[in-house]
Design a binder for this molecule. Structure first.
Ligand code: PRP
Ligand code: ADE
Length: 180
């Protein structure tokens, strides 16, 4: 496929002390702006699901929309936006969650998924796992089968991947950064 996973890692910019002191922010805007890296990331996210039936991709606002939309297109799946509270116009399910640098609430439309539909979560990064665990709970609440979750970046020191796996979700990631 041309470029390697280490080139993918090198295309991600690290910003110390953003948004809070002590956080190293892993900025994917530099990956997205690099055509080879963006294509490679999407191809690698899709690869484990090639040939399997995936009804819908669920993407978490906002960075999960960019990658999730591309993955959904490549798998010919539908797309479900999981949004920060107050943005969706119809009947919603809502959950509070915490992430590496804050707390928030997220929502999805109650009718976004039919019971039993197979859904894969897509986001740019998993840190504490608060966002992905909350999204899994919302999807299960409305009857979805969460068959997997994929992320470009794992921050293994923060334990999110393990939390999601403990819920029975098969997790796939491309690049790890230690030390947060
Ligand atoms: O594993 P966690 O500790 O939950 O952190 C990961 C989440 O944090 C970031 O989103 P953020 O809420 O900053 O939103 P954004 O995409 O709108 O910037 C990232 O895109 C993940 O969704
Ligand atoms: N360190 C980090 N960089 C970018 N996005 C994040 N979301 C949670 N932690 C993050």
């Amino acid at each position: 496929m041309g470029n390697t996973i280490s080139e993918l890692a090198a295309s991600i910019r690290s910003i110390p002390d953003y948004p809070n002191p002590g956080i190293i922010f892993r900025d994917i805007t530099t990956l997205l702006g690099n055509p080879r890296a963006f294509r490679r990331a999407v191809d690698e996210l899709v690869q484990p699901y090639a040939g399997t039936k995936v009804d819908k991709i669920a993407g978490m606002e906002a960075r999960g929309f960019i990658l999730g939309g591309a993955v959904a297109h490549q798998l010919s799946s539908g797309f479900v936006p999981i949004r920060k509270k107050g943005k969706l116009p119809h009947d919603t399910v809502r959950i509070a969650y915490s992430l590496e640098y804050g707390v928030d609430e997220m929502e999805m439309h109650r009718d976004a998924v039919e019971p039993g539909e197979k859904v894969i979560l897509v986001d740019d990064l998993i840190a504490t796992g608060g966002t992905a665990v909350g999204a899994t709970q919302l999807l299960r609440q409305i009857g979805a089968e969460v068959v997997g979750a994929c992320f470009v970046i794992d921050l293994p020191d923060l334990g999110g991947r393990r939390k999601l796996e403990e819920l029975g979700v098969v997790v796939h990631t491309l690049v790890e950064f230690s030390g947060h």
